[in-house]
Write a protein that binds this ligand. Structure first.
Ligand code: SF4
Length: 366
């Protein structure tokens, strides 16, 4: 099961290797933050060209050709200051009470990427320099929220803050250090609150010895190994599971985000293998605090148009077969699997998980 996404990824990112952007830009305002300077220094120490901008405007000078512009954008990291509008916490059901953004964008090349419909402009990655201002928003939200804070089933998680909505924070961690700093911040916070992040990467080494005090839950975002062609530039699923197991051994609460669940030929076998593989990878962790989130593939007309441009020829099916339209609360359209397909999928996953991972708690199905 391969498509152009696979080819693109292998040529631009060595699979399983830490991301190495071709260029790093730092804006004038970002230079005023120690965290911004630290990111720039880390990038320079990796031998990456760091350009200091005299303004806060990002002059990207991308090629006219759409494919080349995409590739150049994906190889660019900008260190910027998150404006107040980006720092304002937003509800993020069903994952968590609140969304917290440490960065925006991701260097990987998933042919279903949910960011395609959310982020505007060329797909560069922006890391936020003003981390102290971002973290300062959190205390006033503790005890508020509509997901874990209001759920009898999940109240023990505390007020939850999801850091993976607009980025994959682990993909950037070797350059930004933002995730480590945030984990340590939550660990030192004397409050009933939890940081959450999910990742398609495996480089958890810098996180293992942090003073997390059980206040951060990492989930590995996983798909069957045979779907690797849809997830260019990410770590192999076996490496993600090994990283998650290491986090579990380090005392972190852990989880699996099985996403997006894709109905392709042989999906039952593929997902049964994946769940079995996860069970084996996590089997040596004594009494793991393990959750599972199940998210089916969906797309909007906007995200489909963007993804068709980024990954022409991808084998990922985004047509009307097995699909129905759903309106979001904001009135926009999403194409989701139809009721019969969803019923079959849900029954399959609940049965397989109960069989292979009986101690896991399924948090939600969507
Ligand atoms: Fe998008 Fe996640 Fe893939 Fe990054 S890892 S390209 S955020 S789906």
């Amino acid at each position: 099961m391969t498509g152009n996404a696979d080819v693109t990824a292998k040529s631009e990112i060595a699979v399983g290797r830490p991301w190495r952007p071709k260029r790093v830009l730092i804006t004038r305002s970002a230079l005023e933050w120690q965290h911004g300077c630290d990111i720039a220094e880390r990038a320079a120490a990796l031998g990456i060209d760091v350009q200091t901008l005299s303004t806060d405007r990002l002059s990207l000078a991308l090629p006219d050709d759409e494919r080349q512009a995409y590739a150049a954008a994906k190889q660019t990291l900008a260190i910027v200051v998150a404006p107040p509008s980006k720092r304002r916490l937003q509800p993020i059901a069903p994952s968590a009470d609140w969304r917290i953004d440490l960065a925006e964008g991701c260097p990987a090349h998933c042919s279903y990427c949910y960011l395609a419909g959310s982020l505007k402009g060329p797909p560069i990655t922006r890391a936020y320099a003003n981390l102290p201002e971002i973290l300062a928003e959190i205390p006033t939200h503790i005890g508020c929220g509509t997901v874990t804070s209001r759920s009898a089933r999940r109240a023990h998680e505390g007020t939850t803050f999801e850091a993976s909505c607009y980025t994959d924070p682990l993909a950037l961690e070797h350059i930004t250090g933002s995730l480590s700093a945030t984990i340590a911040w939550f660990g030192a916070l004397d409050a009933n609150a939890q940081l959450r992040f999910t990742s398609k990467f495996d480089a958890v080494g810098p996180l293992l010895n942090l003073g997390h005090h059980g206040c951060t839950r990492m989930r590995a975002s996983v798909s069957p190994a045979r779907y690797a062609g849809f997830e260019g530039g990410t770590s192999p699923v076996s490496a993600r599971l090994a990283g998650l197991a290491a986090m579990g051994h380090a005392g972190y609460p852990i989880g699996l985000t099985i996403a997006p669940i894709i109905v392709a030929d042989g999906w039952e076998t593929a997902y049964a293998e994946l769940i079995g593989q996860a069970a084996r990878a996590l089997s040596a962790i004594p009494a793991p605090d393990l959750t599972i989130e199940l998210i089916t593939h969906r797309y909007s007309p906007t995200s489909k148009a963007v993804l068709d441009g980024w990954y022409p020829g991808s084998a990922l099916t985004m047509d009307a077969v097995n699909r129905t339209e759903k309106r979001t609360k904001f009135g926009s359209v999403k194409h989701v699997y139809d009721a019969d397909t969803m019923r079959a999928l849900r029954g399959f996953f609940e049965t397989e998980i109960a069989r292979a991972l009986p101690a896991a708690r399924i948090l939600y199905w969507t």
